[in-house]
Write a protein that binds this ligand. Structure first.
Ligand code: GDP
Length: 437
């Protein structure tokens, strides 16, 4: 018996159309009690997947709209689903929802429709996460990566690896059950070789996350340098409007100023930090301390100087640092720097963007990246760790001991697809969804 649940599936507020979704046993019966079709076909005779016009009867008024029935098992949730398409006024959709409640549907939890779809085997857990990533996408790159995940790309890769592990476990089990046929020494070497090959595939996915997380959350770019070198001007030039205060008085930017831009369909979060200098007042010093924290966590640090002196980026590793000679329209750049830029004339800005992309994403293709979830990354890392241990143990331990490590890896990978995910993991994933999805 599947409980009846209902929710408004469209964004709350005004719009052309709003959709109220009902799912569970008796959804069609519920619809029959609140929908009066314009045509001759009664609600309980509705052909699945066909829209019918009619009146949605609510407390005190009726809205002319549409109703559609999705029959099990070919519905989104796998169970009975009914949708009411009403006019998109906040009060209208709320009234339609209230009517479904009066008729016995309870409030759907976040992501409960999709959770039912997952339980019915309609999609993997990672695919459900891809769907959320698509819904929440702030950049085209995130949308693309989310759609690959939603399209079961990771699920397919992980399932293939798991099935190779299953084969390996089966051959080890056969050896344990029929020891007289014994695993020969060279076959043991083969176990190690197979483990190594499988682990290499997992490692490839693990490494992909370094780009995947930037695609999902955006790249953090911090702008630093001494006061008055043109940090705020650079931020404004990137944003195309004046967000930060530009002034010739040193120490104007005391707090971090932020803005975001898209480069190559990826989101870059820019933060203009307080100029770092030693003779600062109390308020400015707090800003400087904050600036140092931001630099520590940034993916890319742009250090500006109009005199070829970049000590403000002291301690920042080269692979995330770009030294910019600023105000290149005024001074002929000299010294050791990566690029010369003028925020005033725009000189060097496009090349700087290219440099930022190359440095952060390492020239990797964004079209094929789909390990974007930290949860998946953690599972992959755990699986890889177990396989490394299994490989190391294969020389000195009996096969059934190695099998235990392999099973751990198999299980960790299953958490990605959802096959071995426990209730807590599943609930955590769906808690990130919105109500009505
Ligand atoms: P910040 O303190 O490092 O944020 O520097 P600002 O962006 O506030 O700029 C300090 C001063 O340098 C201002 O008077 C700006 O007009 C000037 N400035 C900034 N960038 C440029 C540039 O590219 N060319 C020139 N000629 N002046 C600039």
């Amino acid at each position: 018996m599947e409980e009846l649940i209902s929710a408004i599936s469209t964004p709350y507020g005004t719009g052309g159309v709003a959709i109220v979704r009902v799912s569970g046993d008796g959804a069609l019966k519920l619809a029959a009690q609140m929908f009066t079709p314009s045509g001759k076909v009664g609600v309980e005779q509705f052909t699945p997947n066909v829209m019918y016009t009619g009146y949605i009867q609510c407390e005190g008024f009726a809205d002319f709209g549409m109703c559609v029935y999705f029959a099990p098992p070919k519905s989104f949730t796998g169970g009975e689903v009914v949708e009411f398409h009403c006019h998109g006024g906040a009060q209208i959709s709320r009234a339609v929802l209230a009517r479904t409640r009066e008729l016995g549907a309870r409030v759907a939890e976040r992501g409960e429709f999709t959770k039912r779809a997952f339980i019915a085997g309609k999609l993997s857990l990672s695919s459900a996460e891809g769907m959320v990533s698509m819904i929440n996408a702030e950049s085209l790159a995130q949308l693309r990566a989310g759609s690959l995940l939603y399209g079961e790309k990771l699920n397919a890769d992980v399932t293939a690896v798991r099935s190779r592990l299953t084969d390996l476990l089966a051959s080890i089990a056969a050896d344990t059950d029929y020891p007289e046929e014994g695993i020969e020494k060279d076959e043991l070497a083969d176990v190690a070789g197979t483990l190594n090959a499988i682990n290499a595939e997992i490692t490839k996915l693990v490494q992909e996350y370094s780009v995947g997380k930037l695609i999902k959350s955006g790249v953090l770019v911090a702008i630093c340098g001494e006061p008055n070198v043109g940090k705020s001007s650079l931020l404004n030039a990137f944003l195309g409007y004046d967000k930060a205060i530009v002034s010739s008085i040193a120490g104007t930017t005391r707090d971090a100023v932020e803005g975001a831009i898209m480069i190559n369909d990826v989101k870059f979060h820019l933060t203009d930090t307080a100029g770092i200098r030693h003779t600062a007042g109390e308020v400015e010093s707090i800003g400087i301390e904050k600036a140092k924290q931001i630099l520590k966590s940034a993916d890319i640090v742009l250090c500006l100087s109009d005199r070829g002196e970049f000590s403000a980026a002291g301690g920042i590793e080269n692979d995330r640092l770009i030294k910019i000679f600023s105000k290149a329209d005024e001074v002929t750049p000299f010294g050791n720097f990566d690029i010369a830029v003028s925020s005033k004339t725009g000189e060097g800005l496009e090349s700087l963007k290219e440099m930022i992309v190359k440095k952060s994403l390492g020239g990797k293709s964004l079209d094929s990246a789909y390990v974007i979830e930290e949860r998946h990354y953690e599972c992959l890392k755990r699986a890889s760790g177990w396989l490394t241990e299994a490989e190391q143990n294969s020389a000195s331990y009996p096969p059934d001991v190695i099998a235990m490590d392999i099973k751990e890896a198999w299980s960790a990978l299953g958490e990605i697809t959802g096959d071995t995910a426990n209730e807590e993991i599943i609930n955590t994933v769906f808690a990130k969804f919105c109500v009505g999805k």
